[in-house]
Design a protein around this ligand. Structure first.
Ligand SMILES: Cc1cc2nc3c(=O)[nH]c(=O)nc-3n(C[C@H](O)[C@H](O)[C@H](O)COP(=O)(O)OP(=O)(O)OC[C@H]3O[C@@H](n4cnc5c(N)ncnc54)[C@H](O)[C@@H]3O)c2cc1C
Length: 454
């Protein structure tokens, strides 16, 4: 390795989490970065992504804000804005029962546009990207990192590469997580740590959440033709209903509508999904789930061209995101339900904190393990809390809290209904407010202090 690099990092997976980590590391010219992506091109799905103020501040710190502002509407953070209207839509005449008003609202992007900006901010000198490089396994020294013991990466095309530190940013089906946990399980078994072995083995594969999500996006023009003045042309909406839910919002400066409808089978949570996790389906499959919903929801359904059905999987809570010279970030570490719109935001936080501890002058190849330990201590509890809160929002938005079924005449009485829906709003708001009332600065400072006191 070139002498002016203090160590080399391989990022397995060039999704938005891996790329944002590469941008964060691009600020440190003494770290050599290689991004290995399985696909032929860096290309995100054509759906939307929303960022909350907590995440947006990271974009500002990385110098991405000005260019991102060209492809999204950024409202000033000190001005309250409707992030979402919550509306009960599973009835002939729907009712909007609350507005989630937050500082600056949620900033929405078309994912391919977002990814294009991120790619433009990779260092042209210290960072290289490689496509069509699907990792199939790695071999690493078992405990700490030393300069004489690199990590070996083995790719599907028969080639290999080495690095001092491997970051698994390879998403929900992570090969890096699987290899890491297999090794941990084997070690635990030989040491007789039965519970640890069981936990590690069970976490190798992500488990089905019981949620099927139907995703697409379409031009706003199609909706205004179908139902002129439709509220989703200007307002982000969450339509709630029993076991069925719909999130829709304008994005790309209002030119497109993002559409994500879910059908939730709670009784199937943590079971195995035996079909392909992502599949193109016809609109008919979705229409039956929304039978009896209000006309403005039907109008949205009629605008969907083709739909991609995602069986949403989650990662069981891991004991650590780090093992020897290998660490996990993003969905590989904490794939979660999407009902707070924070999975990518949490991946960015992982990458931002990790890059800051790796780039710190105190971190050298000989102290990499300490930097990784700090990353894990700071990021694991925070991201796992986001996993829990996202699940809680899923229960709320699918009306699966006690009292929210409205299945008896008493439950359906106006007063009771209003009270229950108000409670739904309050609970969702309280679950969510960390996204706009907190910043990552405190965690970053804590990480740096831990590093400097090491
Ligand atoms: C319906 C829905 C809506 C969402 N909305 C939001 C939102 O509004 N805001 C938000 O913050 N989050 C949202 N999320 C969550 C967000 O999409 C994910 O958390 C985020 O994409 C995770 O990024 P990642 O880079 O960790 O993984 P991914 O985006 O999955 O990227 C993984 C990358 O690794 C590559 N890869 C996989 N295996 C290998 C291998 N073996 N070798 C090399 N490369 C490999 C893949 O090709 C891919 O490019 C949503 C999720 C869903 C399902």
């Amino acid at each position: 390795m070139d002498a002016h690099y203090k160590f080399s990092v391989a990022i397995c997976g060039g999704g938005i989490g891996g790329l944002l980590l590469a941008v964060s590391l691009s600020r440190y010219p003494d770290i050599k970065v290689d991004v290995y992506e399985a696909a032929k091109l860096f290309a995100d799905v054509g759906a939307g992504i929303g960022l909350w103020p907590r995440t947006w501040k990271i974009m500002e710190q990385l110098g991405l804000a000005d260019e991102l502002a060209k492809i999204a509407i950024i409202s000033p953070a000190n001005i309250p804005k409707v992030a979402f209207n919550l509306r009960k839509g599973d009835q002939p005449v729907g009712e909007t029962f609350s507005q989630l008003v937050t500082p600056g609202g949620m900033i929405t992007f078309h994912r391919p546009d977002f990814q294009t900006v991120v790619l433009q901010h990779l260092s042209s000198t210290s960072c290289r990207t490689h496509t069509s490089k699907r990792l199939i396994s790695y071999s690493a020294p078992s405990d700490s990192t030393t300069s004489s013991s690199p990590v070996y990466l083995h790719f599907e095309d028969g080639t290999t590469a080495t690095c001092d530190l491997l970051i698994g940013a390879d998403g929900i089906k992570s090969v890096v997580r699987a290899d890491m946990l297999r090794a941990i399980a084997a070690q635990a078994q030989s040491d007789g740590r039965v519970q640890e072995e069981k936990e590690a083995s069970e976490s190798i594969d992500a488990s089905w959440s019981g949620v099927l999500m139907y995703r697409t996006s379409f031009p706003s023009e199609a909706l205004s033709q179908k139902l002129p003045g439709h509220r989703v042309l200007h307002d982000p909406m969450i339509y709630v209903g029993r076991d069925t839910q719909l999130t829709v919002y304008p994005m790309a400066r209002g030119t497109r509508i993002n559409f994500a409808a879910s059908r939730l089978y709670w009784e199937k949570e943590n079971t195995r999904f035996n079909e392909p996790w992502i599949r193109e389906v016809s609109r008919d499959e979705l229409l039956s789930a929304f039978d009896g919903w209000e006309p403005e929801v039907s109008a949205l359904l009629q605008c969907t061209p083709s739909l991609s059905r995602w069986a949403i999987h989650c990662v069981r809570s891991l004991r650590s995101y780090v093992s020897g010279p290998v660490a996990l970030i993003g969905d590989a570490a904490h794939g979660m339900l999407p009902y707070q719109g924070v999975g990518a935001g949490q991946a960015f936080e992982d990458g931002f904190i990790l890059a800051n501890v790796l780039g710190h002058p105190k971190t050298t190849i000989d102290s990499l393990s300490r930097a990784l330990e700090i990353y894990d201590v700071i990021r694991r509890p925070y991201s796992q809390r986001a996993v829990e809160l996202s699940r809680d929002n899923a229960l709320l938005f699918s009306l699966n809290y006690p009292g929210l079924a409205f299945s008896t005449p008493e439950e359906d009485m106006a007063d009771n209904k209003n009270n229950q829906l108000q409670e739904l709003h309050d609970r969702a708001y309280n679950n969510w407010d960390w996204c706009w009332t907190t910043t990552i600065d405190e965690d970053l400072q804590r990480a740096i202090t831990m590093l400097e006191q090491s």
